[in-house]
Design a protein around this ligand. Structure first.
Ligand code: SAM
Length: 332
């Protein structure tokens, strides 16, 4: 189903054509920098959007030129029958449908997700060392992540993107090893700056390894060419000479990419969040459950685009991360 509608522009002339949908705030890993504190409060089951509600919202947004959807969480593969959500989302005509996962449950269902219409996956992996993986994720088995990468490749969920968050003193000695993977495989290895998520108290400016530090280390491996100028997404992409894969550099902290931001988020409990670092949200769950028409949801969608701020204030306001409760709640 083709839809040539131009995406809506926000107040700062940015076309908003990308939605990140968190489908659960629960996770099967407890990554030290991401998991909420020791007594996490999860959304009540009945407060989480149903698949029908998510698909309804996406269909309405699709009518305004939405072209790209990413499913995330929490760990999205914890939700039952996710293949049915994927096929329903694909039926709305979304051209680019992807999923971010820790990979633990992927090997069992990669083929089914591909058949249902999933285009690509991002797999989060912050270390290549089994012991360290266990300690960062509080118990995770890295062999399952390797299996998930293999299963994604075998299923044609490509290019496989690997998300790495370098954190000083935790895994910043592995930046070169991660970048070297691109000599062997056509992976996209994406280094994402550690963003302040105030909930678990782990973040500090010193722990955030900036993109320029990451690039400096990678340059030691050889010539690095800018592969593709930063397009519509936040990643600046490079290729090491002779490499098969790509290195993505994502700098939300040191060099915000708000001028290129094309996205909205939908939280698992049904709030549209126009900016990760702003507390403003628009509830769609309550209206949907009180029987409003598509037209009224459409108005809320437009309102979310209208109130999208020009930029986040992380550089100016060191405490702007207070609005970001935790990535697992909003959807990373
Ligand atoms: N469970 C899935 C996973 O592990 O990929 C999806 C959710 S997780 C919140 C999505 C991504 O957000 C992961 O790649 C994770 O590393 C990243 N993330 C979490 N907290 C972050 C932070 N404070 N700064 C940067 N990235 C973060």
């Amino acid at each position: 189903m083709k839809n040539k509608t131009q995406a809506l522009k926000d107040s700062f002339n940015r076309r908003i054509d990308y939605l990140r949908v968190s489908i659960t705030d629960k996770c099967n890993l407890k990554c030290i920098y991401c998991a909420p504190g020791s007594r996490p409060e999860y959304f009540r089951r009945g407060d989480v959007l149903t698949y029908e509600e998510i698909v309804r919202f996406v269909r309405i947004a699709r009518g305004h030129g939405l072209r790209k959807v990413r499913i995330t969480g929490g760990e999205p593969l914890l939700r039952r029958n996710i293949a049915s959500l994927i096929s329903s989302l694909k039926e709305t005509g979304i051209g680019d449908l992807s999923l971010t996962t820790n990979g633990i449950l992927l090997p069992e269902i990669a083929g089914r997700l591909r058949d249902a219409g999933l285009d690509r996956v991002n797999i989060s992996l912050d270390t290549l060392q089994a012991d360290r993986y266990r300690s960062i994720t509080k118990g995770g088995d890295i062999r399952l992540v390797h299996a998930s990468i293999d299963s994604a490749e075998a299923a044609g969920l490509s290019p496989v993107k690997i998300n790495v968050v370098p954190i000083r003193g935790i895994n910043d000695d592995e930046i070169v090893s991660f970048a070297s993977l691109t000599f062997q495989k056509d992976f996209h290895v994406r280094f994402i700056e550690f963003m302040p998520a105030s909930c678990n108290g782990m973040w500090s400016k010193e722990k955030c390894v900036t993109s320029s530090e990451v690039l400096k280390q990678i340059r030691g491996l050889g010539d690095l060419e800018l592969f593709e100028f930063r397009g519509r997404g936040p990643s600046r992409n490079y290729r090491l000479k002779g490499a098969l894969g790509i290195i993505g550099i994502i700098s939300p902290v040191s060099d915000h990419f708000c001028g290129h931001c094309n996205r909205l988020r939908l939280t698992a409990d049904g709030k549209i969040r126009p900016c990760l670092f702003s507390a403003e949200e628009i509830d769609i769950r309550t209206p949907m459950r009180t029987g409003v028409s598509d037209k009224e949801i459409d108005v809320l969608f437009r309102q979310a685009i209208r109130i999208k701020p020009q930029q986040h204030l992380l550089q100016e306001d060191g405490d702007a991360g207070r609005h970001l409760k935790t990535m697992s709640k909003i959807g990373g």
